[in-house]
Design a protein around this ligand. Structure first.
Ligand SMILES: Nc1ncnc2c1ncn2[C@@H]1O[C@H](COP(=O)(O)OP(=O)(O)O)[C@@H](O)[C@H]1O
Ligand SMILES: Cc1cn([C@H]2C[C@H](O)[C@@H](COP(=O)(O)O)O2)c(=O)[nH]c1=O
Length: 194
């Protein structure tokens, strides 16, 4: 049996990840009669509980999950948005292993998720799936300050929370020049300025 294909879409907030996975899910079924599942973490209730919705308000029905649901043999592909949240405590089990099982069954998988948190640290689930991927699309947004390519998500009100649902009220995309991670600067003891 054919091994499934894994596609990963990643990037900062507002880079078009949800738009891209919705497009891919719709195109996968067009004219093929293939059956798919569109999944999202139940934890993400930002725009809707039962839909993947992008920042322009365009959405599609999806199944909210806290674990991998039963996937029938008739399903050709599984699409998962906001995959960075598919980890403890919002996901029961090991999403990476669950994806591997689907691929072994010949089921294609496509996921979309943040590559980095607002501090610039990798989200482990996205990073691992990116390493396993047959195809990787890293998207960019427009910097909210200067309009250049933005690869980072800037948090407008810094706190100690790595995971915090929000949209333009709390986050904005920024280029490397205008992004900073709020972490303390190295102290004088680290300075080589003798
Ligand atoms: N600074 C920005 N840069 C790019 N797109 C933005 C920005 N602010 C708002 N948007 C909107 O966000 C949409 C992308 O939304 P979405 O697909 O939900 O992205 P993501 O899932 O990556 O957050 C764009 O089509 C655009 O209309
Ligand atoms: C950067 C960052 C984001 N989040 C949250 C904020 C949103 O609810 C989602 C990302 O949504 P999008 O479709 O990519 O716009 O994740 C977070 O919890 N922690 C972060 O560091």
């Amino acid at each position: 049996m054919r091994y499934g294909k894994l596609e990963v879409i990643c990037g900062p907030m507002f880079s078009g990840k949800s738009t891209e996975i919705l497009k891919r899910a719709i195109w996968y079924t067009h004219g093929t009669g293939s059956h798919i599942l569109l999944l999202k973490p139940a934890f993400d209730v930002r725009y809707a509980e039962n839909r993947v919705v992008n920042h322009d308000g365009i959405g599609f029905d999806a199944i909210p999950i806290t674990r991998m649901p039963a996937v029938a043999d008739s399903i050709a592909a599984v699409f998962i948005d906001e995959v960075q949240f598919c980890t403890d405590p919002h996901y029961h089990g090991d999403l990476v292993e669950d994806v591997r099982v689907l691929l072994h069954r010949g089921i294609d998988v496509a996921v979309a998720g943040l590559d980095m948190d607002w501090r610039g640290r990798a989200f482990p689930v996205t990073a691992t799936l990116a390493a396993m991927a047959d195809g990787l699309q890293k998207l960019r947004a427009r910097c909210a300050v200067c309009g250049h390519d933005a690869h980072k998500s800037f948090k407008k009100h810094s706190n100690d929370r790595t995971v915090e649902l929000g949209q333009a009220d709390l986050y904005e995309p920024r280029c490397n020049l205008h992004w900073h991670d709020h972490s303390p600067k190295p102290g004088r003891e680290l300075s080589l300025d003798l």
